[in-house]
Ligand binder design. Structure first.
Ligand code: SF4
Length: 475
């Protein structure tokens, strides 16, 4: 499957809606995730308090970002790690590829990292003579399928069990004939196990960067991150600068929010802290450890007054609760980050001009903000992006014209009421059995939706009719 582009959002949506099974597959997983998260919140009565604490920790760190970044670099270097800085995704990808070349790497294992996708590392590796081995189960599935990820926590959400069975039978050396999940997982384990040991370099992301120790923290459920980062001689960590927290005491409250919001679990199977390369008496671990700290539009978000978005801990709860995401899935967004958080992030990572349609797809029902574990006001940020898009004239001319006409009408109550009455009459001409299935001038809308036929009178006409004369009211 070819990666779709953010500028083709409308076309991507049409394609997604035309896939008969996609909506059902997406809903099955997101509805399950919603229910598990809700249960986890009920079983964690201090959740609201924890959210506020999480928000405060992130806001404090963002405010003192320069200080904590310098502290992290100093302490990570003292642990023996080599810290690199990348202002763009291309630069970050280039740094990683240069390290791979310096070590003459032929095989590279990777544990799931959305930042790796963001900086285009998967493409850079695929365009080189290095074999890229994805070790997270979902990433393994989409690598076999040739798909980009469609969710930040469950990248293979768009694939059904039947798809996975076919893929494993086609690509695994020793595939299982069973269709049970446990046997399919075993099949992937057998396929990956020897590859872990043969890798020259392991690449991982980080969920948190701890400034006071220079440690990085990864949170996983499969143990693949540990097998990716321990056996190879070189370990490369790529992380966005927003992953920073002052200390372990600050990482733990965020961790409690992250696991519950992402999967509904109290805790993940593995939480690993990396502290540079192995020491002399260590039995295992990499001989060299590189940390690539990536900006790629993040400091611009501070300048653009989008700093609340830097609180994001990538739990995916906002997309699981988004009515738009549930209908179209992740690929339609044309970005590594789909759903509500992606609609705010992508214009900064790419540009508002190419990614402004996503900001308009939001229904503003506010569910994303309600479930966000760090209280990110996603609808407010989306509205702000819409306003910027309007000011920069990125909206199609027809939309701009329509809004201008509406603004003129709204300023003239009599004319507004007259036009409303005419519109109601016009719409009723096309109604049948209480529904409008086709409406000229709005054919694009009615092509995919039926509208309820309007009442024969406008609101103002009914309001006047039901108003009692003044003399009666005082009686
Ligand atoms: S915006 Fe909030 S809910 Fe969405 S991924 Fe980020 S932290 Fe999670």
């Amino acid at each position: 499957m070819q990666a779709s582009k953010p500028e083709h959002f409308n076309l991507n949506v049409k394609k997604a809606l035309a896939q008969p099974d996609l909506k059902g597959i997406i809903r099955r997983t997101t509805d399950k995730a919603d229910a598990k998260r809700a249960e986890a919140v009920v079983n964690f009565p201090e959740f609201e308090k924890a959210r506020l604490q999480g928000q405060k920790i992130k806001d404090h760190t963002i405010k003192h970002m320069a200080h904590y970044l310098a502290e992290f670099e100093k302490n990570a270097s003292a642990q023996g790690a080599i810290v690199h800085w990348a202002s763009t995704g291309e630069e970050a990808s280039r740094i990683v590829m240069d390290i791979c070349k310096q070590h003459n790497a032929k095989k590279v294992t990777r544990s799931k990292s959305m930042l790796g996708e963001e900086i285009g590392l998967t493409h850079s590796l695929d365009n080189s003579d290095i074999e890229r081995i994805e070790t997270d189960l979902a990433e393994h599935i989409i690598q076999l399928a040739g798909d980009p990820p469609s969710h930040i926590v469950w990248p293979a959400m768009h694939r059904s069990r039947e798809d996975v069975i076919k893929l494993f039978r086609q690509f695994h050396k020793d595939p299982t004939s069973s269709e049970e999940i446990i046997d399919l997982v075993d099949s992937a384990r057998r396929d990956l196990r020897t590859k872990f040991l043969a890798a020259d370099i392991g690449i991982s992301g980080a969920n948190f960067l701890l400034a006071d120790s220079g440690s990085t923290c990864t949170v996983t459920n499969e143990g693949n991150a540990e097998l990716t980062t321990t056996p190879p001689k070189v370990h490369i960590i790529t992380a966005g600068i927003e992953k920073l927290v002052p200390s372990m005491a600050h990482a733990v409250p965020l961790l409690r929010l992250l696991t519950r919001s992402a999967t509904g679990a109290e805790i993940t199977q593995y939480i690993t802290f990396h502290n540079g390369p192995k020491r002399i008496n260590d039995a295992d671990g990499p001989e060299e450890c590189h940390i690539v700290l990536v900006d790629n539009g993040r400091t611009k978000m501070l300048a653009d007054d989008m700093k609340e978005m830097l609180r994001c801990i990538r739990c995916g709860a906002c997309m699981n609760h988004c009515v738009v995401y549930k209908h179209i899935g992740g690929h339609a967004y044309g970005s590594v980050y789909p759903g509500p958080m992606g609609s705010v992030l992508t214009p900064h990572l790419n540009s508002l001009e190419v990614a402004n349609k996503q900001t308009h797809a939001c229904t503003m029902n506010g569910r994303c903000e309600e479930v966000c574990p760090v209280n990110i006001p996603l609808p407010k940020l989306l509205r702000s992006l819409r306003a910027q898009s309007w000011e920069k004239k990125f909206e199609p001319l027809t939309n701009r014209l329509f809004v201008k006409i509406f603004a003129q009408l709204a300023k003239r109550p009599k004319l507004f009421q007259f036009t409303s009455s005419c519109s109601v009459l016009f719409m009723r001409v096309f109604s049948k059995n209480g529904w409008i299935r086709f409406l000229p001038l709005a054919a694009g809308w009615t092509k995919n939706r039926d509208l309820i036929a309007p009442n024969s009178q406008t609101f103002m006409q009914q309001y006047k009719k039901h108003q009692k004369p003044k003399s009666n009211r005082s009686a």
